[in-house]
Design a protein around this ligand. Structure first.
Ligand SMILES: [Zn+2]
Length: 352
């Protein structure tokens, strides 16, 4: 079968090659892949920054955002049948307290495995396997957008956790700032607009760019920070940091309202900042402010995302469909790995 593979740690090793199809274990389903989405993590793995092959393999099948049809299931008591349309979650648990509690996204040890990232082959192939208990069944009416469910699960977790933490007091947020208009930033925008909040999205693309237009279509205000400085936007009750830029993140910390909360979703590089941290800590204390990080998402957030997808498509006139900018064939994979900042989400179709 055809598969997109990398040699972990080797820069630009992404290739399309012919490998043997996987054999599912007694707890795994065999999946026939329909689509995979390519994200920053995939590009980073191809840069050799991270990625780990399964034990005994010298390559890693890439791809963790996916949509598949179930080809074969073990037993019949999992609520999943042959022919079902599914999205597999990415992370698989170890035996820590949180993993055993169904919260592998909160794994304590770091010994989890992740499809297409860490010690498990991904979904960028004609066939793949996944533990049957980590499959989310997708209704056919969401078939053309469900490949966005994995990035949506990350947005769902960040937002859910923020509201959960804020149960620490009476809190009625009005203004939200979303830093970054990549796929997760846009999905967070749709989600928070659905909740009726006033949303400002910032990025460095022009106001008539595709990303800006999508944010506006969901009723958010889009600001190009090349034209208007971040600090001029006022104060916010909730800030979602999705640029991955440590400098942008630091600048935004002072834009949080009293009792506000800021969620970090980027993977930040080592950066030394000249900011006055004493002043920052004082502001955190006197304003009862909360800063937290969020990574990955367990199956519950995928299920939340699916529910919200249906509502988002209705409310914003099929906005998710238009968030997928291009669909290409596996032979054209280089197009997905070439950085094009005007592309929002590139999807590779394995089966038509
Ligand atoms: Zn764990």
């Amino acid at each position: 079968m055809r598969a997109l593979t990398v040699t972990p740690g080797v820069k630009n090793s992404i290739r399309l090659e012919d490998i043997d199809p996987p054999t599912p274990s007694s707890s795994q389903a065999l999946l026939r892949l329909q689509e995979i989405g390519i994200c920053g993590t995939d590009l980073d793995i191809n840069q050799g920054f991270y990625g780990e092959a399964p034990p005994g393999s010298n390559y890693l099948v890439t791809g963790h955002e996916s949509l598949a049809i179930v080809e074969k299931v073990p037993g019949s008591d999992h609520g999943i049948s042959k022919g079902d349309l599914v999205v597999p979650t990415v992370r698989r648990p170890d035996s820590c307290m949180n993993c055993l509690n169904g919260e592998s996204d909160m794994c304590l040890t770091g010994n989890y495995r992740e499809h297409g990232i860490k010690r498990l082959h991904g979904f960028g192939a004609e066939f793949a396997v996944s533990d049957v208990d980590f499959l989310v069944k997708v209704p056919s009416k969401l078939a053309d957008v469900a490949v966005l469910l994995e990035p949506m699960s990350v947005a769902e977790k960040g937002v859910y956790q923020a509201f959960k933490i804020q149960e620490r007091m009476l809190w009625k947020p009005n203004r939200v700032l979303i830093l970054g208009a990549g796929p997760v930033g846009l999905l967070t925008t749709y989600l928070l607009r659905l909740k009726g909040l006033e949303v400002v999205v910032t990025a460095t693309r022009a106001k008539d760019s595709a990303k800006a237009r999508l944010a506006q279509r969901a009723g958010a205000v889009y600001v190009n920070t090349m034209e208007q400085p971040l600090q001029s936007l006022g104060k916010f009750d909730l800030i979602m940091e999705e640029t991955g830029s440590a400098q942008v993140a630091m600048q935004a910390t002072s834009m949080l309202n009293t009792n506000g909360i800021m969620c970090f979703l980027g993977i930040y590089s080592s950066t030394t900042a000249p900011e006055d941290i004493g002043l920052f800590y004082k502001d955190v204390v006197l304003g009862n402010k909360t800063f937290f990080g969020s990574v990955n998402a367990n199956i519950n957030y995928f299920k939340m995302g699916l529910k919200d997808f249906a509502e988002i498509e209705n409310r914003f006139d099929r906005i998710l469909r238009d968030t997928i900018s291009v669909r290409i064939s596996p032979d054209e994979f280089q197009k997905a790995y070439a950085q094009n900042k005007d592309n929002i989400k590139t999807v590779i179709r394995f089966n038509n």
